[in-house]
Design a protein around this ligand. Structure first.
Ligand code: PGA
Length: 254
C-alpha cells in the first residue's frame, strides 16, 4: 500500500504575515520543481491568506490551519469556523495538538467534536496524539495512545476518515531536541495502525497516513521518514527556516 508522504510545517505562534510571505518565497525557491510528497504550511490564522496566495499554482504545497471550532457560526467570540478556513483555501487542519491539550484545556472529547466538524466540512484533520514522559515512564504508553485514538475518533465511520492524517508526537520530544529514535517512533506508529485496524479493518488502516512529530530536523528526517509505518512529519521549530524545511520535505522522497 503506497501512502504519499506528508510533511507539515506547524509554525505555532510564530511569524507575522510579512515574515510568512518572505518565508514562502524562499521556500519555493529552495524546493524547486518538486514531486512525490505533499508539503503543508500551517501558519497562524492571520497568515493563512498570505500563504494561500503564495502557494497558488504550486502543485505539492497546501495550506493548513492550527485549529478549528466545531460550531458552524454564531456568538463564539474569537473562534474560527470550517467555512472561514475553506473560504481561504485551507485543506488541512491540525486538531488536538499537545500544546492545545496542555495549555488550553483540549480533551479527547473536544478533539472528537473538532474532527467531526472538520470532516463534515471536507477539511482533512491532522489528528495529534502522544504521551507525556510521565505516562511513558509509568508504563502507560499503550493505554494513553489507544484511548486517544479511540476517543478522538469515537462515532466516526471508516468512510468518513479516509482523508484523515494522524500525527504521533511524543510530548517529551516536542521542542526539546530529544527526538524519538526511529525504532521508538516505529513501534508506536505500528501500535496506532493496529488500533486503527481493530476499529476500521486492515485495509483502511493500511491506507491512513501517520506522521511523526517531535524535534524533526533535516539531519534526522530521512531515517525517521523511511520507517515502515511513518508516513510523514509534523515539524515545529525546524519548519521556521525555509531551507531547513525544504530539506526535510525533500528527505521524504526516496
Ligand atoms: P518541534 O514541534 O518540531 O519543535 O519539536 C513539533 C510539533 O509540536 O508539532
Amino acid at each position: 500500500m503506497s501512502r504519499k508522504k506528508i510533511i507539515a510545517a506547524n509554525w505555532k505562534m510564530n511569524k507575522t504575515s510579512t515574515e510568512a510571505k518572505a518565508f514562502m518565497q524562499a521556500f519555493k525557491t529552495e524546493l524547486g520543481a518538486f514531486d512525490g510528497a505533499e508539503a503543508v504550511i500551517v501558519p497562524s490564522f492571520v497568515s493563512i491568506a498570505t500563504v494561500a496566495t503564495e502557494i497558488a499554482g504550486a502543485k505539492n504545497i497546501q495550506v493548513g490551519a492550527q485549529n478549528v471550532y466545531w460550531e458552524k457560526s454564531g456568538a463564539f467570540t474569537a473562534e474560527i469556523s470550517t467555512d472561514m478556513l475553506k473560504d481561504l483555501g485551507v485543506t488541512y487542519v491540525v486538531i488536538g495538538h499537545s500544546e492545545r491539550r496542555q495549555f488550553f484545556g483540549e480533551t479527547n472529547e473536544t478533539v472528537n467534536k473538532r474532527i467531526k466538524a472538520a470532516l463534515a466540512a471536507g477539511l482533512r484533520p491532522i489528528f495529534c496524539i502522544g504521551e507525556t514522559l510521565t505516562e511513558r515512564e509509568a508504563g502507560r504508553l499503550v493505554e494513553v495512545i489507544t484511548s486517544q485514538v479511540k476517543e478522538g475518533l469515537a462515532n466516526i465511520t471508516g468512510e468518513e476518515i479516509t482523508e484523515l492524517v494522524l500525527a504521533y508526537e511524543p510530548v517529551w520530544a516536542i521542542g526539546t531536541g530529544k527526538v524519538a529514535t526511529p525504532e521508538q517512533a516505529q513501534e508506536v506508529h505500528a501500535l496506532i495502525r493496529k488500533t486503527l485496524a481493530e476499529m476500521y479493518g486492515e485495509k483502511l488502516a493500511g491506507q491512513l497516513r501517520i506522521q511523526y512529530g517531535g524535534s524533526v530536523k533535516a539531519a534526522n528526517a530521512k531515517e525517521l521518514l523511511h520507517q515502515e509505518d511513518i508516513d510523514g512529519a509534523l515539524v515545529g521549530g525546524a519548519s521556521l527556516d525555509p531551507r531547513e524545511f525544504a530539506l526535510i520535505v525533500k528527505a521524504a522522497v526516496k
